[in-house]
Design a protein around this ligand. Structure first.
Ligand SMILES: Cc1ncc(COP(=O)(O)O)c(C=O)c1O
Length: 470
């Protein structure tokens, strides 16, 4: 069974809470108490916004920069990785985080302490500025840590804060990461007064409050506790799986649990005999006649029609030919030419920095050929802003091969088309794995591959290209 658990990653804010020298400590005074004439207890508090867990506003380290009320909340909310760099010394260096480099989400919190300090201690770990650059280059938009600051206590130049400003990164400081799991979602609520981050189990964090949560900074996460699933649960799910019988159609070596179908699908049992017949009979014996007698000629369209059923396309819309990259080159060239004929002023091709590298190489070289600019967004949150009047073509992989993130194909296509652009979808990690509905999404072009979830085998690597009726 999957359960959600809430984690409060903020320290308790009390008058004794450790503060940075110069900060105003927390203090609470009661302005009204329950009496026969007064139906409520009311309190007033004073403290610097930097007491306890907090998000620095850019205004904190640059005059004229955004105050916290002007900072968009998106960067703070969503999937997050907690990377352990416990006892890393005065600076969190790139080598302390490299072990977790694969598939970083847009939010990274670094746990430097076995137990977060409850007393002021100037010897805390801070970020080396180059580590901030390194994280930003990997698409990270929010960083955080369980010490008072991303810069050392003695720093006067605040180099890491200045990096945050230059790279437009957000930051959470003074967190408590003592017990949280490494994969979290950060779910916060904004407040009216100053847009501090404010989280539900607030009462646990601010002793003696009367419940006015508006002014305290907290952050928490929701974990999907995978360890709550027992082997018995898995066996029961297997038995209830309607696709269970299909496993017998595949030739898995005994004892192998194969989790690499995202790269190369398992051999179907029928394939060996079919390939043998093609070689000995169709090619070996019938030779050139097989173009007609074995219907080789129609094969790309016949296989395409079968794939069409899996990706929500109509008969005749999908063709099986060439490799994924070649097909991407073809449809992207076509899309760029159409866009340039229809709207020559549009000059950008947008994709994700985390898209499959060969897709990006192809996009890069076609952009050079056609005088377009390739714009890569670092997170899905940045996509809406990239769908502007300059956009010629949007090229995305529906399911991200690193993170597993699945785009809402219909919504993204509609938004890009409303902005006047054409959309190309790479289905390499979705066709055959999850429901895909190209027609429903009104997709302009799509390509994919046959050797992953379509189990087409490594040799022929069939791919599909689709042009939606236009
Ligand atoms: C998302 C995605 N796009 C493109 C490709 C490139 O495919 P090919 O090497 O078959 O051209 C792959 C290969 O794994 C992929 O996963």
């Amino acid at each position: 069974m999957t359960v959600k658990k809430l984690w409060d990653i903020s320290p308790t804010v009390t008058p004794d809470a450790p503060i940075f020298p110069g900060d105003e400590p927390f203090a609470l005074r009661w302005t009204a108490t329950l009496t026969p004439d007064c139906p409520v207890n009311l309190s007033a508090i004073t403290m610097s916004p930097h007491v306890g867990a907090h998000a620095d506003a850019p205004l904190h380290y640059a005059n004229g920069a955004a105050a916290i009320a002007d900072v968009a909340l998106d960067a703070y909310l969503g999937r997050c990785r907690v990377i352990h760099a416990i006892a890393c010394g005065p600076l969190i260096r790139i080598e302390h985080l490299q072990h977790a480099e694969a598939a970083l989400p847009p939010r990274v919190l670094v746990r430097c302490c076995q137990h977060a300090d409850t007393q002021w201690n100037p010897e805390f770990s801070a970020f080396a500025p180059e580590t901030v650059d390194w994280l930003a280059a990997r698409g990270v938009r929010l960083i955080g840590l369980d010490t008072p600051s991303v810069d050392p206590a003695s720093s006067k130049s605040l180099d890491s804060h200045q990096r945050l400003l230059r790279l437009d990164l957000r930051v959470l400081e003074n967190l408590v990461l003592d017990e949280v799991p490494r994969r979290l979602r950060i779910d916060c609520a904004a407040t009216e007064a100053g847009r501090r981050l404010c989280i539900p189990p607030f009462a646990q964090s601010c002793a003696n409050f009367d419940g006015s949560a508006q002014c305290c900074a907290n952050a928490d996460g929701v974990e999907r506790q995978m360890n709550a699933i027992t082997r018995q649960d898995c066996v029961a799910r297997d038995q209830a799986d309607p696709l269970r019988a299909l496993k017998d159609q595949f030739a898995l070596p005994p004892g192998v649990i194969y989790l690499d179908g995202n790269s190369l699908g398992v051999l179907p049992k029928a394939t060996a005999a079919r390939v043998q017949a093609v070689i000995t009979q169709e090619w070996g014996t019938d030779l050139i006649k097989s173009w007609n007698t074995a219907h080789w000629m129609e094969l790309p369209a016949r296989v395409g029609d079968k794939i069409a059923r899996l990706v929500g396309a109509a008969p005749g819309e999908v063709i099986a030919a060439d490799s994924t990259s070649l097909n991407l080159y073809k449809v992207l060239s076509a899309a760029i030419r159409i866009a340039q004929a229809d709207a020559p002023g549009r000059k950008t091709l947008v994709s994700e920095r985390s898209n499959f590298p060969t897709d990006l190489y192809i996009a890069e070289s076609l952009c050079q050929q056609h005088g377009l600019t390739l714009k890569l967004v670092d997170s899905v949150d940045e996509l809406p802003a990239a769908l502007d009047a300059d956009l010629a073509v949007l090229m995305l992989t529906q399911v991200n091969y690193r993170t597993g993130y699945q785009h809402d194909m219909a919504a993204v296509t509609a938004a890009a088309q409303a902005a006047g652009a054409l959309v190309i979808w790479d289905l390499a990690h979705s066709a055959g794995a999850v429901p895909v509905n190209l027609s429903g999404a009104n997709a302009d072009f799509a390509i994919g591959c046959g050797y992953k979830y379509l189990n087409g085998g490594p040799a022929r690597r069939p791919s599909c290209g689709r042009i939606h009726a236009m």
